[in-house]
Design a protein around this ligand. Structure first.
Ligand code: FAD
Ligand code: ZN
Length: 469
């Protein structure tokens, strides 16, 4: 319950039609993984930056905390309210306008509630590319992408969301508006506030708009699958692809056998070009020269890899439709996993060179401790990011496995990640899921600096409390 005076102020800020306090609010209260179900005191849907600022000021005046939310596709429980019924859930979905495109400056300015796919399409309509791409792109928002510094499948070539953002507009925890929507590629006027807000998961303010980097559309995109006997072979293929394709290599995803078996089980209509391979790599090349030279270079790469025994088989997409189908297979893995049941997710980053050894040793340690557990191991191998997920043994109660074994599983996985100089959150963020783990594993000095920033910017602690820190 929130106080009547605050409710009246919220009505005044955004209009009664855009404040919900009763009925089925589960679209905002339950997270995508169905792991965290909260209770919002009110769901508020502002339509402009001024309205966001008014909502934040009203909440600050009443000491009520705010949970910003975009598409609610986050995987770490950062965007759903707690169970108190005392928080305001601030949904950004109505702020969904592309404000401007500057084709000469290669920039696009969009409101935070724009769905990622909408931004990609707006760029494509000008024959330009916004390269951020992830399986949730039909529903995640630019604000959520920025707040989590999302990665996705094109990081290898274009970097993560932080690398794709030039300017921000933010409502501070006090309800002031910081207008930092710059399209500049160079600006060394003091602290990097934009970089600080990106990846802050709603704990330092509300992102209301962003100026994003665009690129020329490639003339040709070619996609292939390659089968590898080992992860070390997949890495050898990565080295070969880098040297032969240079900046043309835009995607390098890896999928273990079990992850593709899950896709086949839950999405039988999708293609299965190289069934049974221990490891399958999805390669993508984007080329500025056109279809024929691109394809020739790509096929030569795969032939060389076959000749060297680095890969055992390959399938090159012949058409755009086939290429899309190959990507669908990759993107269906998290969905297939959700169909299979609750699981223990790890979104880890490692030096690419450490990955084969890490996987071999961690697989063995988990198998010894949890006989029958199933590893869904896939991810963005090209940038050293694995989704190293543990599914309960076949037929076991997945919820009970998660409840009872998550801690022990995490300890095995994260100890090894740390020993390899890796990160426990490559791209999904910290949210609620990894908050305690962060305290265990980040240095005291780093944590002190993070807490000092939080106290300085949000002294009342009303912005998404209990998340990250
Ligand atoms: P939400 O889930 O609504 O929120 C996420 C966090 O951001 C919360 O802490 C929330 O409080 C905060 N937030 C949201 N909007 C704002 C705002 N305007 N201002 C301040 N804070 C805000 N992530 C990747 O990085 N790479 C992937 O490849 C990837 N694949 C995915 C595949 C699937 C099928 C799914 C379901 C998720 C995937 N994700 C991936 C995770 C998720 O999609 C991304 O983190 C996405 O960026 C979240 O966007 P959202 O709008 O849904 O944010
Ligand atoms: Zn990912």
């Amino acid at each position: 319950m929130i106080a009547a005076a605050l409710l009246a102020a919220l009505h005044g800020s955004v209009g009664e039609a855009h404040v919900s306090t009763e009925g089925d609010l589960s679209a905002w209260e339950l997270d995508w993984r169905r792991r965290w179900r909260g209770k919002a005191g009110a769901v508020v849907r502002p339509g402009s930056t001024d309205e966001v600022a008014a909502v934040v000021r009203a909440c600050a005046a009443h000491g009520v905390s705010i949970v910003p939310q975009g598409g609610n596709t986050g995987l770490v429980g950062g965007g759903v309210p707690d169970t108190s019924g005392a928080q305001v859930l601030l949904s950004m979905q109505r702020m969904n306008r592309v404000r401007a495109i500057d084709a000469e400056n290669l920039t696009l300015t969009a409101e935070a509630g724009c769905v990622l796919q909408q931004v990609q399409e707006a760029a494509a309509a000008q024959a330009l590319l916004f390269p951020l791409s992830l399986a949730a792109e039909g529903s995640c928002t630019i604000g959520g992408n920025l707040a989590t510094n999302a990665g996705g499948t094109q990081v290898l070539r274009f970097g993560n969301t932080r690398d794709l953002c030039l300017g921000l507009e933010v409502v501070t925890p006090q309800g002031a508006i910081w207008s930092g929507l710059s399209g500049l590629r160079k600006d060394n006027t003091g602290y990097d506030l934009r970089g600080l807000m990106i990846g802050s998961e709603g704990t330092l303010g509300v992102i209301t708009a962003a100026t994003l980097k665009l690129y020329p559309q490639p003339a040709a995109v070619t996609t292939a699958l390659a089968a590898c006997a080992t992860l070390a072979d997949a890495l050898a293929l990565l080295g070969l692809a880098r040297s032969r394709l240079g900046a043309g290599l835009t995607g390098f995803e890896v999928m273990n056998r079990f992850s593709l078996e899950l896709v086949a089980r839950h999405f039988p209509a999708l293609p299965r070009p190289l069934p049974g391979a221990p490891w399958t790599v999805l390669l993508e090349q984007s080329d500025t020269e056109g279809e024929t030279p691109a394809r020739t270079r790509f096929e030569a790469l795969l032939e060389a890899a076959l000749g060297a025994g680095t890969i055992t088989d390959a399938a090159v997409a012949e058409t755009l439709a086939q290429s899309k189908a190959l990507w669908h297979v990759r993107e269906a893995i998290p969905l297939a996993q959700a169909e299979e049941g609750l699981n223990i997710k790890h979104d880890i980053a490692l030096p690419v060179s450490a990955i084969p050894g890490f996987v071999e040793r961690t697989d063995a340690a988990l198998a010894a401790r949890f006989p029958g557990m199933r590893l869904v191991n896939f991810g963005h191998l090209g940038d050293g990011n694995l989704h190293y997920n543990v599914q309960a043994p076949q037929g076991a109660d997945a919820a009970a496995f998660l409840r009872e074994q998550e801690h022990a599983v995490n300890e095995i996985v994260y100890d090894r990640v740390q020993a390899c100089g890796g990160s426990i959150s490559a791209e999904h963020g910290v949210g609620q899921l990894k908050r305690d783990e962060l305290v265990q594993r980040k240095s005291a000095v780093a944590l002190d600096m993070m807490r000092a920033i939080k106290r300085a910017l949000d002294p009342l602690g009303t912005m998404n409390p209990g998340r990250v820190l």
